[in-house]
Design a protein around this ligand. Structure first.
Ligand SMILES: Nc1ncnc2c1ncn2[C@@H]1O[C@H](COP(=O)(O)OP(=O)(O)OP(=O)(O)O)[C@@H](O)[C@H]1O
Length: 239
């Protein structure tokens, strides 16, 4: 059962449906999720990661329920949040990177060896003993990505990975993402970063408005965003 499969999946909070009756199977290598503020993109990522369970319907990752099979998800899914401070729990870079590896069953020595190799591969050997607070926001975000890469999951979920970075950093991150063998599912607000995806899902008010190749979906999305931008853009935002 390769890929991520949703079957009539809905998610409601205090009686309000945030995601409604979503059904699709994601097997492509590069998938972009687009949509306006509040359309449900982050909630969809959390649902696919098993951080929340559907109110009705099912979510399966490689044939398993991600909200129940938490241990199995360690090898299968990584999620990079927008805010690294929601992810980092240890005081030093080395400890943060070793944590997930130990969760996967490595000994402390094995984890330490893998952390050193990983940091060396990314030219960050000098980070190993560094206190996390000494890193900038962008560097902490990169640390979170390294923590995911260390665990080598089959799929990485990215919540607006380019938000808040300068142009050279975005170019460097793009090159690194392009080279990753994993399946990447990325939320983006910038249609041009979705242009190279194999598949684009456009979410609107918790439903799929369009699903297809970027060449088909992005022109419709951009035209609709331009149309909305020309009128009072906030009046139809979901609260
Ligand atoms: N735990 C929660 N309790 C109440 N409402 C929630 C909760 N989580 C999400 N929502 C609501 O669900 C809707 C979708 O939120 P979500 O964060 O998934 O949107 P998004 O598309 O990622 O938005 P943005 O682009 O602004 O990050 C919003 O209206 C939000 O207020």
């Amino acid at each position: 059962m390769p890929g991520i499969r949703l079957d009539a999946a809905s998610y409601a909070v205090t009686g309000r449906e945030i995601l409604s009756n979503l059904s699709f199977t994601l097997t492509e290598r590069r998938i972009a999720v687009i949509g306006r503020n509040g359309s449900g993109k982050t909630t969809l990522l959390r649902l696919m990661a098993g951080l929340i369970a559907p109110s009705s319907g099912t979510v399966q990752v490689e044939g398993m329920d991600p909200a129940r099979d938490r241990k199995a998800m360690l090898d299968r899914l990584g999620i990079l949040f927008q805010n690294p401070d929601h992810q980092i729990i240890f005081p030093t870079v080395g400890e943060e990177l070793a944590f997930g590896l130990k969760q996967q069953g490595r000994t402390s020595d094995e984890a330490a060896g893998l952390v050193s190799d990983l940091l060396a591969r990314h030219g960050r050997t000098h980070w190993e003993k560094a206190p996390v607070q000494t890193l900038s926001h962008g560097q902490r975000h990169f640390l979170c990505l390294l923590a995911i890469l260390a665990m080598q999951p089959a799929t990485i979920l990215l919540d607006e990975p380019f938000a808040g970075f300068d142009m050279p950093t975005i170019a460097r991150m793009s090159r690194m993402f392009d080279a990753l063998p994993q399946r990447l599912i990325a939320i983006t607000h910038a249609p041009h970063t979705a242009a190279n995806a194999d598949r684009v899902l456009w979410l609107e008010a918790g439903r799929i408005r369009a699903d297809g190749r970027p060449g088909d979906v992005l022109p419709q999305f951009e035209a609709e965003m331009a149309r909305m931008g020309a009128v009072d853009a906030d009046t139809d935002l979901a609260l």
